[in-house]
Every structure is written in structure tokens, then in C-alpha cells.
Design a protein around this ligand. Structure first.
Ligand code: KG4
Ligand code: ZN
Length: 350
């Protein structure tokens, strides 16, 4: 089945054409085209995504990407149109939904609304046809979400935890702003941290020892803010268990120490869930999963704990927003006969 997918939930305008086969337990995907027009440069001067600018850019970019798809020689005969209906920025979501509805009318093709978060969940299935063994734990870490799922099979899962405040990507972006780094902050912090020592500052690891699978990241960002503001006296050195004198601490040390706190929380809580349900696979998806240092932290901890676990992390272009992941989620929805209202649902969850 050929699926034309459209994604406009945030600051990437994306259209993809994906060939999908197989049943709900073992779907197979062949990506024919995956086009993304990034708006990062437009939003960068504002330090974050401006919803109405995003809408304007989606309106401009959707027809351009669609023309590009046609020009690449694909006869447009998809069997299904899949479009993101949420979660995301409402004005941005509507542009994709309206565009998809028009195509649906013009081409007389079936249309399905898709939950963007399901796209991140299914993203590792887009590459290769490796079998995912179940049960699995899935960690979705993006700009708007931090969610832990107990996945029974490709079509059935249960949320076991999520952030009670900021998402981990949001925490990266806000902390980057404190460090005077441009938007989006995730890749910038990762780059800067390479020159720093992650053991310089002991930032808090919120909720790390709580038995539940929820997360909290707003306190970590605040702690970085206080770190700049506080008097650099003896108490300060003790509080953060500094490994060097305050004058010697660089921005790179702060970035590396910040990342270490994030990695500790994510790896410890996720692997605790893995052990509890005796998971055979771990899926990590969403923009923050593109972080190579985070991937290394997971691999190291899995090895250290001697866990027999298949780790599935998509390559960076399938971690961040794109429409191929929406096609994958659309296909599973189609197989499950799951229908969603074709209207923007900004706060949709899993
Ligand atoms: O999944 P995504 O593209 O969009 C949402 O659905 O939110 O995720 C975007 C988020 C941003 O917060 C961005 O800073 C973060 O993912 N991100 C990263 C990296 N690349 C993107 N965070 C940490 N390290 C990265 N390399
Ligand atoms: Zn996303």
C-alpha cells in the first residue's frame, strides 16, 4: 500500500511517500521519498518556534514540497493519505490537515488522521527489517514529550510514565538559551559538551530514585540558572560538589554536566522499567534520541548491567520530525482500523 504522509505539527514541513506491507505485528516499509523543509532559520532569532510564523511557512512550503514530490517522477496514485492531527501547534497542524483534506477531495483517496507520537514510536521500523522482539520498552523523548511505554506488540502498548513538567527536549532548549546558544538547543549543547567534563558539577537528578516511571526536568533547568546567579563561595562548591574551582569551570563543563544529569535520569529509569517487565527490546525515538552521547550512555549502561536487550534507535533523520514516521503510524492505524477526527488536537497524548 502506498501512503502519502503529511507532517506540520511544529517547525518542519514534511511530505513523504512510503510503500507499506505486512501485518500489524511485522510491518515493512520502503521509503520512496522523504522531503523535509526545516524552518529552524526562521524561528532562530526568536529563540523558539513562533506558531503563526510556523503556519505561514507551512502554507508556503507544502505546495513546494508536493510539486517536488511529483517532479521526482512519482505518479501520484497513493492508496492512503496520512496526516498528523496532533499533538503540536494548533495553527501549524491545521495547515497540514487542510492541505491533506484538499488532496483527499481532489484525488478521491482515503484519508486518516495520525498521532505524531505514534510516528516516533514506530520510527525504528522504517530502517531495515530487523525483528522487534516483545515485550519492549519505548522511550519517546522530543521537544514536547517524555514518555515511557510498555509495548506488548506493534499495535498495543500502555503508558507507564511521563514528564510531570517540562519535556527533555524543552529542557535542552531552555538550558541552551541560558548558555546563549541558538535554537534548537539540543544539538548545540551536545556539540559544546564534547569539550567539557561531565563530572564537574553535580546538577540534580530529579525523581531518579522514585519508584514510579515519571520524569521531571524543569528543576534541572532552574538549577543551571541558579548556578550562574549564586555567590561562588565555599557553600556553592559543596552544594554542586564541584570538581574544580568555580573560575575554572567552562560553558562546555556546564553543558557536559547538564547532559550527564539528563542521561543518568533517562538511563536509570528506563532500564529499571526494562528489568521490571523483562523487556527484550528497547525503542528510543524523538528528536532527543538523535543525541549520540545519549545513545552511547544507553549502550554503556546496558553493557554494564549485562542486559540482553536489542536497542532500536533510528538514524538522526528519523529521530527528528519527518513525514515517513507519520506514514508508518498511518499504516498501523489503517491496519487497526483506528480513526481519528480530522481536526487539530494540540494536546493529543498516547
Ligand atoms: O521530535 P522533534 O523533532 O520534535 C518534536 O516532536 O518535539 O524534537 C525536537 C527536540 C528539540 O527540543 C531539540 O532541541 C531536540 O529535539 N534535539 C536534541 C538533539 N537534536 C534535536 N536534543 C538533544 N540532542 C540532540 N542531538
Ligand atoms: Zn516529533
Amino acid at each position: 500500500m502506498k501512503i502519502l504522509a503529511i507532517e506540520t505539527s511544529c517547525d518542519e514541513t514534511a511530505i513523504a511517500l512510503v510503500d507499506a506491507k505486512g501485518g500489524v505485528k511485522q510491518p515493512r516499509f520502503k521509503i520512496e521519498k522523504n522531503l523535509v523543509a526545516s524552518q529552524i532559520k526562521i524561528h532562530r532569532p526568536f529563540g523558539g518556534v513562533v506558531p503563526n510564523l510556523a503556519k505561514r511557512e507551512h502554507l508556503k512550503n507544502l505546495p513546494i514540497l508536493f510539486k517536488k514530490l511529483m517532479a521526482s517522477g512519482y505518479s501520484l496514485n497513493p492508496d492512503l493519505i496520512a496526516v498528523t492531527v496532533g499533538p503540536g501547534l494548533e495553527p501549524a497542524l491545521w495547515t497540514g490537515i487542510n492541505f491533506a483534506k484538499e488532496l483527499h477531495k481532489k484525488l478521491k483517496i482515503k484519508i486518516l488522521g495520525v498521532n505524531h507520537l505514534e510516528g516516533h514510536l514506530y520510527s525504528p521500523k522504517l530502517e531495515g527489517n530487523k525483528n522487534l522482539d516483545f515485550p519492549a520498552i519505548a522511550l519517546i523523548i522530543s521537544g514536547g514529550h517524555t514518555i515511557l511505554l510498555n509495548v506488548k506488540n506493534m499495535a498495543s502498548w500502555k503508558k507507564i510514565g511521563e514528564t510531570v513538567d517540562d519535556a527533555v527536549g524543552e529542557c535542552y532548549d531552555k538550558t541552551a538559551r541560558l548558555l546563549n546558544l541558538p535554537y534548537p538547543g539540543g544539538p548545540e549543547i551536545e556539540k559544546l559538551a564534547k569539550d567539557g567534563d561531565p563530572n564537574t558539577i553535580q546538577f540534580p537528578r530529579p525523581m531518579i530514585h522514585q519508584k514510579n516511571y515519571d520524569f521531571s526536568f524543569s528543576g534541572l533547568k532552574t538549577s543551571v540558572l541558579y548556578f550562574f546567579r549564586e555567590n561562588k563561595n565555599e557553600e556553592f562548591v559543596k552544594k554542586y560538589k564541584l570538581s574544580k574551582t568555580p573560575e575554572k569551570i567552562s560553558k562546555a563543563d556546564i553543558a557536559a554536566s547538564f547532559q550527564q544529569a539528563v542521561f543518568d535520569v533517562l538511563t536509570i529509569k528506563t532500564l529499571r522499567a526494562v528489568k521490571e517487565i523483562k523487556a527484550k527490546s528497547l525503542i528510543i525515538g524523538g528528536g532527543v534520541a538523535a543525541n549520540r552521547s545519549l545513545q552511547k550512555a544507553f549502550k554503556k549502561k546496558i553493557k554494564k548491567e549485562n542486559l540482553k536487550l536489542n536497542l532500536f534507535i533510528p538514524s538522526p533523520k528519523f529521530c527528528t520530525d519527518n513525514a515517513a514516521i507519520i506514514a508508518a503510524a498511518g499504516y498501523i492505524s489503517f491496519l487497526k482500523n483506528k480513526k481519528m477526527a480530522l481536526k487539530a488536537q494540540a494536546n493529543l497524548n498516547l
